[in-house]
Design a protein around this ligand. Sequence first.
Ligand SMILES: [Zn+2]
Ligand SMILES: [Zn+2]
Ligand SMILES: [Zn+2]
Length: 293
Amino acid sequence: MTHRHEWIEQPEARVDSETFRCAECEATSDLCHVCSGPSGGYGWICERCLEREQRVVRDVERYLGLWDERDRHREKSSAAMDLVTARSSSDGGITGPEDVLGILWSWIARWTEFVGAQNESPAEFLASRVMWAVHNPDASGWDDFPRAMRRARAAARSIVGLSPERMAQRCPRCAGTAVRDRETKPGVPCPDGLRDEVRCTGCGFFWPDEERFSLSARWAIRHIGDRNPNAFVTREQARALFPDVPATTWRQWISRRRLRSVDARFRVGDVYDLVQQWMTEARGGARERMTPG
Ligand SMILES: [Zn+2]
Ligand SMILES: [Zn+2]
Ligand SMILES: [Zn+2]
């Protein structure tokens, strides 16, 4: 190959292996069964997806390698104040490495019926047979495998105390979960315990620190009226958005139907307009009271 193939989808292709055709040469490609892009040849997985799926499995082993028997008693330790709280994983009460290894072993048991075992570690066994598994989805149970490995990785990371810390506020850009990481890269604990950066697990956006993140979340809330007037909020959310409006005022608005609900929710634009009006009236009222009569 002297050039980078430029794949163009062929809706008329008669065989799967010709789903994509290169714009510059005669090469054709099948579909990657993970990302649905061109696999780059006859295979059912592209190189990037193959590497990523293998990395997830190897990460599980990397995390388990950090396990220390003392981790089991972290919460009861007299030094607990200085340590990251050991939380049992939310995934089916996984509390030790044996539970995570059990997940890997159940897949190995299934796969060894079809592919022989060699003298290799559990993660290496699975990683090196991902290619086989993709091409034999019925035998391997491929449809469930990537998710199962991600759950195993999250559980392994949790029991060694490296799960990211969740921010109370959601990402102001995509409403995804925002976190501070405890590692510089998978399996490498951050020397200070927690990283300064706040990262959104949804859109991938980074803020340099928690303060900047909070500011941007507050800004987004304050401007939700112009940015997203057609969003709907509950009564509690509306009150949280405009804490200056007294509870009695909210009650009046709703009982006098100045604020109309749809399934017990209110349109942000309507709430916003009403609050603006209320603020103008409140200011006018204050002026009247101050003017001597
Ligand atoms: Zn080409
Ligand atoms: Zn792919
Ligand atoms: Zn986001």
